[in-house]
Design a protein around this ligand. Sequence first.
Ligand SMILES: Cc1cc2nc3c(=O)[nH]c(=O)nc-3n(C[C@H](O)[C@H](O)[C@H](O)COP(=O)(O)OP(=O)(O)OC[C@H]3O[C@@H](n4cnc5c(N)ncnc54)[C@H](O)[C@@H]3O)c2cc1C
Length: 393
Amino acid sequence: MSVSYWQDSGFGKRITKDVVIIGGGFAGLSTAYWMQKEDPSMNIAVVEKYEIGDGASGRNAGFITCGSVEHFNRLVEKHGREEASVIWKFSEDNLKYLKEDIIEDRPNDFLFEHNGSFSLASTETEFKELQESAELMSTFNINVEKVDEKDIKERLGAEKFVGGIKYIGDATVHPHKLLHGIKEKIEKTSDSVEFFENHEVSKIETENGNKVVYTKKNRIEAPVVVYATNGYSPLVNSYFEDKIFPTRGQILVTEKVPRFMEAACYANFVLDYFRQLPTGEMLIGGFRQLQKDVETGYSDQTTATIQSALEDFLKVHIPAVREAKITHRWSGIMGFSVDGQPMVGALPTDPQLYFVGGFTAHGVGLAFNSGKTLVDAMFGRAVPSWISAKRLG
Ligand SMILES: Cc1cc2nc3c(=O)[nH]c(=O)nc-3n(C[C@H](O)[C@H](O)[C@H](O)COP(=O)(O)OP(=O)(O)OC[C@H]3O[C@@H](n4cnc5c(N)ncnc54)[C@H](O)[C@@H]3O)c2cc1C
């Protein structure tokens, strides 16, 4: 939202911090978590336009996926064996850190299930690619299982798929609870992180070598600012205009039915996804490919075209929920990076401005470790080139 001269003049406290993080999603909170762990004396402000989790972090499907947005063979084609292995390990570590540091011995509090996930093919072409991908993954010692049409019917209650593979290491979670789990952990272990909710940052200026972050309520001054603003980043700094693209995703959820699915599923080259929640509801999302021109930008709306495609998919493939009532429909804005990988580190245009984001629909699977990597960058440690903001110039 733009800010008028009248709103901008005369109000607001002047607050001084060591770091200001803009954005209260997985990226912002993960960064705050690792930063206070690195140096508990650091005074950190987390500034969020709405409330914690009102962005994509509270609106996603809760898949904690290893790897990337595409089948593993494509990751290897693009990055080569060595880097693909590093990228896979990065996401495995993301899950490991979430389990060790946040979920701990309370999986039920987060509806966390470490059951793996399936990638299902409805065409022979995709099944062939998935099988090749599985062969390749086994040469990396990645735990993967091939499944056929009969397995899919028996273990997932899903029809009209020719085959697929199961990634044994993947997990699912209640993303909003997990995000609040990170916040609670921060609050438990540190009193140097202050949360400013309902504070929209309207501008950032440089004054006497420091950054001054303006909201209508306060001016927060710090030597360093972190943008954790996801798809909204081009609105806060034009540097992101050709690097981060706001992309909408839509979901629907049905009423509860008795549990029948072994684990969460992707379909159609990772574009569509569905899972039965531990509490019985069926969630399905995706089909952005049907309205690519509409599913960009900042409007938080659902569309009839995509919502009916989601419903039709359930009718065709999942008999157990054909009659189930739909209870929730929503959308959220993702930040797609220009090459599909996250961006972490100082902006080449200004060493006092940092960024963590661009998770391209996989932030639950990547953001916690990306926040840790951003703290590495801030404390002068190396950031791998595949994830470094520097690679995009
Ligand atoms: C429908 C959907 C399904 C998804 N499914 C999955 C999934 O199953 N698994 C997975 O890994 N990922 C999934 N994702 C992607 C995942 O949700 C994101 O990658 C992740 O949440 C990004 O976290 P973030 O902190 O970067 O962004 P966000 O959570 O969007 O946080 C950015 C925050 O910045 C705030 N902000 C923006 N501008 C300003 C400003 N000027 N001042 C102050 N604050 C500001 C916003 O309000 C927002 O809260 C999905 C996303 C969507 C939308």
